[in-house]
Structures are given as C-alpha cells and as structure tokens.
Design a protein around this ligand. Structure first.
Ligand SMILES: Nc1ncnc2c1ncn2[C@@H]1O[C@H](COP(=O)(O)OP(=O)(O)OP(=O)(O)O)[C@@H](O)[C@H]1O
Ligand SMILES: [Mg+2]
Length: 354
C-alpha cells in the first residue's frame, strides 16, 4: 500500500496545497449522544460506529431518514452541533484531530449560494478568496475554467444562479456548483451530504459519476446518498448502511447483496439493491407491510416466500446487525482499520526521521 503522509495542514500543491496528498480516514467506536434536559431520555444518535475511507474510493452512506447519516458526516467533518456529545476517535492520516481544516471539504445538504451572481462569478470570487494569494490571475482563471468543465457547467457558466423570485439555474446545476466550489481547492477528503437528493436519475448519475472521477483522481470521497438508482449504486466502491445509528453493513458495495443473502434476506431478482437494503432497515415499512399482509391474506393465507413479508423491520434490523457483527465483512473492516493505522503510523515515523 502506498501512502503519502501529510501533516494535516496542507502541503504546497498547485492549488490550495493539497495536490498529491492522500487522505486515510479511520473512525472508531464513534458514538453521538443527545443528552436529556429535564424529564426526556438521553438519545444515542450514533452507536459505536467504526470504519475507514481510503483514497481513490467513493463511499456511500445509506440508511432511512433519521438513521444518522448527516450526524456521521458532521462528526467526520468536525462540525457537530454543540448540544450533542461525541465520543470515539476520528483519525486522519494517523493523527487524531478535528477535520475542520485545509484539505477537507464538506458539501452540506443546503446550498448556500448568492442568487444575483452567475455561476462563473461565484466560482471566480471563491477562487480569489481561497486559492493562495501568490497565484497569478491567469492561473486562477484557468482553475475556474477547469472546474466549470469538470462539473459540466459550461452551458450555464454565464447564467444567474437565481432565487425564489428570479428564475436561474436548475437544482441539479446548483448542486453541481456547490460541489464545484468545494473542489476548487482540490481537497484530499471530500464529504457530501445527499448531493443527489431531489434530482432525477440522470442528474443524480452525473453527480455520482463526477464524485467517482474525483475519487479516481486520488481523493477520498464519502457521500450520503438517498435511495440511489441501480445505475448510481453500480458506481459506488464502498457502502456504509445505517439503521438507527447502528451499522447494518460496512464493506464493498458490490458485496452487500451477498451479505444480505447470507443473512437470510436475499434481494428479489427484479428489485433495485438499494431499495431492498432500505426496505429491510426502514421501520416505516412495517406499516406498509402490515397493510400488504392483510390484503395478501385475503387471497393467499399461507406464509409468503418473501422473507421480508414475514418479519418486522425491527426484527430484520436486529438480525442483520447481529449477523454483520460476526461476519467476515466485520472482521475485514476491523483488520483493515488496524492495517491502515499501523501503516500510517510507521510512515509518519519514517517521515519524521527524515
Ligand atoms: N443536534 C441534534 N440535537 C438533537 N437531535 C439530533 C441532533 N442531530 C441529530 N439529531 C437526531 O438524530 C437523528 C439522526 O439525524 P440525522 O440528521 O443524522 O439523520 P439522517 O439519516 O441524516 O436523516 P435524513 O435522511 O432525513 O437527512 C434524528 O432523529 C435527529 O433528530
Ligand atoms: Mg441527513
């Protein structure tokens, strides 16, 4: 494994100082608790999550609404709100520290853009503020042009962003602009919260393909994705599936189907894998399921062959978590975390000796 270690404060790359630097991120036993005030009970939003993200790979965080996807990304980005308590470790390139620094970019769910500027103006102003001041105007402009091209925004570069009273670029284009603003400085770790929400399949595919390209260029990319199409799912390298703040699956995205089959919940042949995973972990489906079972019984009283029809989501989730914890996938995750930690630590020592 080749690792180029950086000190976390950025090096001296051609943009923001992060070119050639890679990010190995490890989180261990991450727990987020919302303390009780008054009579309410303390709530665990994340429950002892462990995992890792590596350069060159695109990881998706999936799970039903309220499962803790944004909380995990906030924890990794060091941007948790102050009313919650975080415990556990988040380690970047062998160093335990807040990730809220140079080289780490976070695209949040909300787009914060100024409606009266054009796409190109937005990127140019941001580049002028965030790229090194010694950079020539020509270089800044060429980076802006390059980013516009990379994000497929050429056709709307001179269009106003727009607002509620001024029609501007589309939601998909806004989302691509938000990502473009973050990749201007070439971060080595890119975190995104639901960049494809509210977009049609083609726009969601385009954005995911862009993230895949960003990962291909050596970045570490972690993104929460809400119910991806099968085409989008096929682009993912790794998958973290959450339910109520617990890990249902962590590992290669393409192995998730095998895990679900081994755990006794195989994906029906014509179902989109991500629909199946969310179906198994979303307790809201219990209501839908009971309605289905009731109507099913009217015609066919025997047990259904679909394993999902005979169990509640709470039961399925508990089984999946138990099976995952003693699976080869969990063992692989634990050993890879140790491997990354040791390799980065050893390289840091060599780096410091030199
Ligand atoms: N700062 C906070 N204070 C109180 N509760 C919180 C806080 N942050 C998160 N939560 C709770 O934790 C749970 C998980 O929230 P989170 O936003 O991480 O879910 P999510 O998976 O991102 O959901 P969605 O898909 O709807 O965006 C929710 O029930 C939320 O209310
Ligand atoms: Mg969220």
């Amino acid at each position: 494994m080749e690792i180029e270690v950086e000190d976390g404060d950025g090096g001296s790359g051609s943009r923001g100082g992060n070119v050639g630097v890679v990010a190995h991120l490890v989180w261990e036993d991450l727990t987020v608790v919302v303390p009780s005030f008054g009579s309410g009970a303390t709530r665990r939003v994340l429950q002892g999550l462990s995992g890792y993200a590596e350069p060159g790979r695109l990881m998706a965080v999936m799970g039903p609404s309220g499962s803790g996807k944004s909380t995990l990304l906030d924890s990794l980005a060091g941007r948790l709100s102050r009313n919650v308590i975080l415990s556990g470790n988040v380690v970047l390139n062998g160093k335990k520290r807040s990730l809220d620094h140079d080289g780490v970019a976070y695209v949040t769910q909300e787009d914060v853009l100024l409606g009266t500027l054009t796409v190109k103006e937005t990127l140019t102003y941001s580049a002028q503020l965030r790229l090194p001041t010694i950079m020539t105007k020509e270089k800044v402009n060429s980076i802006v042009e390059e980013t516009i091209k990379e994000m497929g925004l050429e056709h709307c570069a001179d269009q106003l962003i727009g607002s509620w009273h001024l029609r501007g670029i589309s939601s998909g284009e806004k989302k691509r602009l938000s990502i473009a603003l973050e990749i201007l400085t070439q971060p080595h770790l890119l975190l995104l919260d639901e960049p494809t929400s509210g977009l049609d399949n083609a726009s969601a595919f385009f954005i995911t393909q862009t993230l895949k390209n960003a990962a291909f260029n050596g970045r570490t990319v972690i993104s929460s994705i809400h119910q991806p199409s099968s085409e989008v799912f096929a682009l993912l390298d790794d998958l973290l599936l959450l339910s109520n703040g617990e890990t249902v699956y962590f590992g290669e995205a393409k192995m998730a189907l095998q895990f679900f089959a081994e755990a006794g919940f195989p994906c029906p042949s014509r179902r989109n894998p991500s629909d199946h995973f969310l179906h198994c972990t979303n307790s809201s489906f219990d209501t839908v399921r009971s309605t289905l079972i009731r109507s099913h019984k009217m015609h066919e009283p025997e047990q259904s062959s679909d394993s999902l029809m005979n169990l509640g989501a709470v039961e399925i989730k508990a089984t999946l978590i138990e099976k995952y914890n003693c699976s080869k996938y969990a063992t692989k995750t634990r050993s890879r975390i140790r491997e990354i930690s040791n390799t980065v630590r050893n390289l840091s020592i060599i780096y410091e000796l030199n």
